[in-house]
Design a protein around this ligand. Structure first.
Ligand SMILES: [Zn+2]
Ligand SMILES: [Zn+2]
Length: 390
């Protein structure tokens, strides 16, 4: 079956690379990915998938399914296809979408009577907006048993984690007054400075790995006017979503207290929370074995490398999930750069689409055909991930 999958992915080469280059050429940011969804829908429908979009009230989310022939598990390949503002597909999400479509189509053709169901879940707004956070909350993964995706990178990796993060905007509303009559005003900047100082005090009580960075985005209009309005923007990070929620409680209490100090009013705006990532290692090792079969390697992610945040974390809290990496550039190239964007449509980036589609389809086939593998993956999830669900 593995060699059959490899052969079919090769036959799909021009269609998959066409998809990858089309998405790349027309970058669309969070929740605006209409053309990217249309390209994927067209290809998936052409190969017999039923595509439902919008999904969960998200106009650029979709769910593609292939008619089920026999009972069995449901495996979802996850597609991302949002670009970054100003720098286009500098995270290479065109490759993620093409891998997901390629793996799903190849598997649907390789097996006449698949014991289970293949899905592609198209998830918008990974870079900002948390499309998968919303999809998880709205039930898109409720009947899914396993989720798989590939992200382009600078190394072939499996088992890489990720930390929880969110954005918080804080505003203080005071009252303007001429600087020579400060008593008539309410100084929103005093509250803001107090707020930063309070957070600096509170952060000493936080467990290891909790990081809060922030900037003042509006500190007043003129030095001879008591500022009636100030605002700041923060990114709190934590090893876990549970830890992050405790930081948010501190941030809220500190804002209340800083407002009370001067008599200002305050508001806080919380973005969606990107949860920490729990990579399924049982499935990751099988992915690695399949990469080896393809003449590639994949190494276990080095825990010392600093971790970023992605909304795949929220999926990994719900079900056994892998989010592995395939190299499209050497490690002097950082993600979110012009060079990484070029790499995402380079010959090496194109090869990564095919390697990724093969490796994911092979791993999914193993899941469908090997009940012991499924049981082990689920047991790992129950033991290591369930305690982190809140
Ligand atoms: Zn990115
Ligand atoms: Zn990305």
């Amino acid at each position: 079956m593995h060699s059959q999958i490899r052969k079919i992915v090769e036959e799909l080469r021009s269609e998959l690379l066409g998809l990858s280059h089309s998405i790349h050429a027309d970058p669309e940011t969070a929740f605006e990915e209409h053309k990217a969804v249309a390209f994927q829908k067209e290809l998936l429908e052409k190969h017999g998938f039923k595509v439902e979009t919008p999904l969960c009230d998200l106009p650029t989310a979709y769910r593609a399914s292939f008619p089920r022939k026999k009972e069995g598990p449901v495996v979802a390949f996850i597609a991302e296809y949002d670009a970054l503002r100003d720098i286009g597909h500098a995270c290479g999400h065109n490759i993620i979408a093409s891998v997901a479509a390629g793996a799903a189509i190849a598997l649907s053709k390789a097996v006449a009577e698949l014991p289970g169901e293949i899905l592609v879940i198209g998830s918008p707004a990974e870079e900002s907006g948390g499309g998968k956070v919303l999809l998880v909350e709205r039930g898109a993964f409720r009947n899914v048993d396993f989720a798989m995706m590939i992200h382009p990178g600078t190394e072939n990796l499996y088992g890489r984690g990720g930390i929880a993060a969110t954005h918080v905007d804080v505003e203080f509303f005071g009252r303007a007054s001429h600087a020579v009559e400060p008593r008539k005003g309410i100084n929103a900047l005093t509250s803001m400075i107090e707020y930063f100082n309070s957070l600096n005090g509170l952060r000493q009580t936080w467990d290891k790995g909790h990081v809060l960075t922030g900037i003042i985005t509006n500190g007043g209009k003129a030095p001879n006017v008591v500022p009636d309005y100030t605002s700041a923007s923060f990114v709190p990070r934590s090893p876990t979503k549970q830890g992050l929620l405790l930081i948010l409680e501190d941030m809220e209490r500190a804002a209340r207290s800083a407002a009370m100090l001067t008599g200002a009013e305050y508001t806080m705006k919380y973005d969606v929370v990107y949860a920490e990532r729990h990579p399924n290692i049982v499935l990751g090792e099988r992915f690695r074995d399949n990469m080896v079969q393809l003449g590639e390697t994949a190494v276990f992610a080095d825990a010392r490398i600093p971790l970023g945040s992605s909304d795949i974390g929220n999926v990994s809290l719900e079900l056994p999930t892998i989010h592995e990496y395939i190299a499209i550039a050497d490690d002097s190239t950082t993600s979110h750069s012009d060079r990484f964007r070029e790499a995402a449509v380079s010959p090496r980036g194109d090869e990564a689409v095919l390697i990724g589609a093969k490796a994911l389809a092979m791993t999914a086939w193993d899941v469908f055909s090997d009940s012991e593998l499924r049981e082990k993956a689920i047991a790992e999830y129950r033991e290591k991930v369930l305690p982190f669900r809140s």
